[in-house]
Design a protein around this ligand. Sequence first.
Ligand SMILES: Cc1ncc(COP(=O)(O)O)c(C=O)c1O
Length: 253
Amino acid sequence: MRSLGIRPVPYPLTPPHYLPNMATMDQLITAATRAVVVNFPGNPTGQVAPPDVVQALVDWAERHDLWIVSDEVYDQIVFDGQPLSPAHIDPERTLGVYSFSKTYAMTGWRLGYLAGPPSAIASLTKVAMGIWSSVSEPLQYAGLAALEGPQAIVEDRRRQYQRRRDAAVEYLDRVQITHSNPDGAFYLLVHIAESGLSSRDFALRLLDQAGVAVAPGSAFGEMAEGFVRISLASPETDILRGLARLAAFLGHA
Ligand SMILES: Cc1ncc(COP(=O)(O)O)c(C=O)c1O
């Protein structure tokens, strides 16, 4: 972003609902603001924005004449609530961002796509050509195979993530550790502020002393300090084993 001369301005998503607040956003906007980036279901919160929040966001973007860049890479991994894309309300100002990474577990293959109004796509194609010329051909065929192959795997996997989410939430409630309640995606935030450690030090010590890898909340912005993110993309037994070690580390086991 910075190489394109764009200055990203973070806005807070405050617990427990991790949703944007339009009054706060109003304070951050300047004459130079061109776009707002939204991400639901969100990484790391797993939050799905309810339709009234999406409507308020779109109204706000219309009032300020902003593009909405809507990162919807987890749109097929939803457990609760009905995700609504801003593109359904205002397709002319929304650029939807999608990936094969999450729906088809093709992470690392860097295969995704953008959907938006034709005028914007024409100029974005020129910008994209200056940054990369194309996705490698074998990966394009892999994407085609994913799209044309049986789709039952998408729902099977969604259910698997949901079962893991339920098991993790049930365990954390039982040992009385505060956590986020993800509606989608495959992450969960665990509150670790009582350890007295920064989320980065907590993650490093947990890895070193308990052999459990988590992502420090600070990697996602200052609002997530005091949390670590666990991933639900591992087998349920591993997740529960990791959480038991985390709980012991926090003195909650
Ligand atoms: C919200 C969000 N957007 C985009 C991406 C990037 O996906 P890709 O693997 O297609 O680069 C990720 C990956 O973790 C993500 O969490």
